[in-house]
Design a protein around this ligand. Structure first.
Ligand code: AHR
Length: 631
């Protein structure tokens, strides 16, 4: 990352004796005086359906609008396919579907077709269906036809070259709705993202389709599971929790569009789908159980946000009897997550394929309820709090804004900041009250860069994180938001977002790597890290693990020049002669990663010499650094 002259200057500075730096910037780490315990759950994930995060994102489904929903306009996602001289008409049929939940289907009326000139429909997925060589894709659809026995050909085809990546024939369609499964296996084809899935018939007939699905291999090979590359990026963050299912997505624009968890469980055919507040329809393939399995796969705990009677269009339910059904829904939801298989909702979960209960410690009541103009949250929160505590006294209850009357266990605070704000807020919690609720920074981000944060944002994030880490006796959890963005045009509703992707590839932003650096280098106790004479945009924090005798020192240099810090490791008897320095830097603050240049700004690891208990270490311009030492 550094040019050779910078490296020489850094090296020269490192050789100067410590005494010459008496008036120079210094950092004193009081290694033997831990001030508090580091929260083991400090770093986690926040997620919601925004920017095509689930559909078109981590949820592995490749077919867009797999159920033709009510809000679906002009069949534009299911264009007709008419080869040769075939004739076909595609329309939406509201006369019934494969289940009471899915009443609108695709009606494909073919009036002329032959084996040489088939006709049908196609779906282009989320900005293309990705094809990889030697890969097995698992598909399914519901169908009925007016000509029983008619074969349906399913093909994955490149929409530029016309090359067929894989094809199969499905037989057995009758006059009644039935589910069909198929697999498509690619051979030695080039990887590409611009493919369609095509369903055709080769004779005149009318065929009805619904729930057309196609999955690539998924993380841990879960049927209907998550996209592996995105899960691998998340796994590298070693997150301790997942805040789910949102965000605004929990609330919905209207009460009827909230995350109504009971409509997101069970077979897909029983999930009616719903409109999200981010202006597209959710398939609800990522339902409550899928969230929990996502947690299980990454060994993180769910932080379950329950709908609390407020939706974004200023619709709310008054506390009291009207709110009771919603409180009961939350209690049922908790039982679905934690109940044994002999409870009503635990049995439902077992029926859905997961007999074992999930661990659960935190329940969040609502989201950003300070925006509820009716000011009903005090009453709504208290009603949820008492009902949940009565039945589940061990659960920790999170309020989304300060409340009167009841003291929540935890308070969720959100910070969306410019880099300048992140720098100036790095000490936000240093003097905060330790006698109130614990703090969950459930959404935060330095908003610089588009679609994903640039290095300036990562510097702001890292400065902010030194503050969260230093105060992690109080700040017990934190999660960046939003987590994901589909970088295709039209895919983004909010910038910036931590991780970007298209159909085929994905990448981490500099902010992503800053978080990986922080969360994977974390001790168990906070130790004082005091900067003296350092420029304002230099930040530091330190933690130690006394069991392994490891010390982690984070230094953020958000200035344009290299900074040499005379570091005094006070209170240690001995330091190992070599330390590991992980550093991420760039030539300019707007250096960034992108889908085409995913590795422009990444951490680099090197060993550095430790010349005793006091030594000088240089930190590159615009850099985030972690120094790992053994003591
Ligand atoms: O993260 C994007 C949105 O910001 C969330 O949905 C909401 O909670 C916040 O206002």
């Amino acid at each position: 990352m550094n040019n050779p002259s910078t490296v020489t200057a850094l090296f020269a500075a490192a050789l100067l004796p410590f005494s010459l730096f008496a008036q120079s910037p210094s950092l004193t780490i009081q290694v033997d005086r831990p001030t508090a315990t580091v929260s083991p759950t400090l770093y986690g994930l926040m997620t919601e359906e925004i920017n095509y995060s689930y559909d078109g994102g981590i949820y592995g489904e490749l077919i867009r609008d797999r159920t033709p929903s009510q809000a679906w306009d002009a069949l534009r996602l299911w264009p007709m396919v008419a080869r040769g001289d075939s004739i076909v008409n595609v329309s939406a049929d509201d006369s019934g579907g494969p289940s009471p939940a899915l009443t609108r289907s695709l009606r494909v009326t073919v009036t002329k077709a032959s084996p040489a000139s088939p006709a049908g429909v196609e779906n282009g997925g989320y900005w293309g269906i990705p094809v990889r060589p030697d890969t097995v894709y698992t598909g399914s659809f519901y169908a009925k036809a007016d000509s029983p026995g008619i074969p349906v050909t399913v093909t994955m085809q490149n929409d530029q070259t016309g090359a067929v990546a894989a094809s199969t024939i499905v037989t057995g369609v009758t006059g009644e709705w039935k589910r069909f499964t198929f697999t498509l296996k690619t051979g030695d084809v080039p990887a590409s993202s611009n493919n369609h899935l095509i369903l055709t018939i080769a004779q005149p007939a009318t065929i009805w389709l619904n729930l057309v699905s196609l999955f690539p291999p998924t993380y841990h090979d879960r049927p209907g599971g998550n996209r592996a590359d995105l899960m691998n990026l998340l796994a590298a963050m070693q997150p301790k929790f997942l805040r789910l299912p949102g965000g605004n997505y929990l609330e919905g624009e209207h009460i009827a569009e909230r995350f109504d968890w009971k409509k997101t469980i069970g077979p897909w055919v029983d999930r009616p789908t719903h409109m999200s507040p981010w202006h597209y329809r959710s398939s609800d393939g990522m339902g409550l159980l899928e969230f929990l399995e996502w947690c299980e796969d990454l060994k993180m705990q769910p932080v379950l946000a329950v709908y609390a009677g407020y939706s974004l269009a200023q619709e709310h339910i008054d506390p009291g009897p009207a709110l009771e059904p919603y409180v009961q829904d939350a209690l049922d939801e908790i039982e679905y997550v934690t109940g044994s298989a002999d409870t009503k909702w635990g049995a439902e979960r077992a029926k859905d394929g997961h007999p074992a209960p999930f661990p659960l410690r935190y329940i969040e009541v609502g989201n950003e309820d300070q925006f509820d103009h009716s000011h009903s949250y005090d009453g709504r929160f208290a009603q949820f709090y008492h009902a949940i505590k009565q039945r589940y006294p061990d659960l920790q209850i999170i309020a989304t804004t300060p409340v009167k009357g009841v003291v929540p266990d935890v308070l969720d605070e959100h910070f969306y900041m410019s880099a300048a704000q992140s720098f100036s807020e790095a000490h936000h919690y240093d003097a905060a009250d330790r006698n109130g609720p614990k703090i969950f920074v459930g959404e935060w981000a330095t908003r610089e860069g588009d679609p994903t944060p640039d290095l300036q944002a990562a510097l702001g994030d890292a400065a902010w994180l030194t503050g969260l880490e230093r105060n992690s006796d109080l700040v017990i959890m934190s999660s960046y938001a939003p987590l994901f963005v589909n970088v295709n045009p039209g895919g983004m509703q909010w910038a910036p977002d931590l991780i970007g992707y298209d159909a085929l590839s994905s990448y981490g932003s500099p902010s992503y790597f800053a978080q990986v650096m922080f969360s994977t280098h974390l001790g168990t106790e906070i130790v004082p890290a005091a900067l003296t004479n350092a420029p304002p945009r230099v930040f530091a924090s330190a933690t130690r693990n006394d069991a392994t005798h490891t010390l982690f020192v984070k230094v953020v240099n958000a200035t344009s020049t290299a900074q040499s810090l005379a570091i005094d490791f006070a209170g240690v008897k001995k330091l190992a002669p070599q330390a590991k320095l992980t550093s991420m830097s760039g030539k300019t603050p707007n250096a960034t990663n992108s889908i085409t240049h995913p590795d422009a700004v990444v951490p680099v690891v090197r060993n550095v010499a430790v010349a005793g208990q006091k030594f000088t270490q240089a930190f590159a311009p615009y850099s985030v650094n972690v120094l790992e030492l053994s003591y």
